[in-house]
Design a protein. Structure first.
Length: 55
């Protein structure tokens, strides 16, 4: 998280300040990579909006 807050990560550098709202720990790095890829898809964004981002 420190690198994100310092602006060292290109993906988040343009949207500073950032804050961590929740995280998911996945032991298998391949499953974690696939889950992250899913969350960035249309279906994954809909899932996030429905379950985590709605107020």
């Amino acid at each position: 998280m420190g690198r994100h807050k310092k602006g060292e990560v290109p993906t988040t550098a343009k949207v500073l300040p950032v804050s961590l709202n929740f995280y998911i720990a996945i032991e298998d790095k391949y499953k974690a990579f696939n889950f992250e890829r899913y969350l960035k898809s249309g279906s994954g964004r809909a899932f996030l909006n429905k379950h985590f981002l709605s107020n």
